[in-house]
Design a protein around this ligand. Sequence first.
Ligand SMILES: [Zn+2]
Length: 54
Amino acid sequence: MLYGKKWFVCPNCGKKILIYDEIKGHSQGLYIKCKSCKKVIEIVVKRATEPRQK
Ligand SMILES: [Zn+2]
């Protein structure tokens, strides 16, 4: 079951970059080069403090 697992997609081209845990994961200041559009993007994942409302 992939509850809490979400894809971080490139904000530029929409390519799936990596999987992070929506509940436990948090990231800022990490950069990765998108293999699709060749742009360097920042991985910004904010820690979820409560379940996201649908
Ligand atoms: Zn991209």
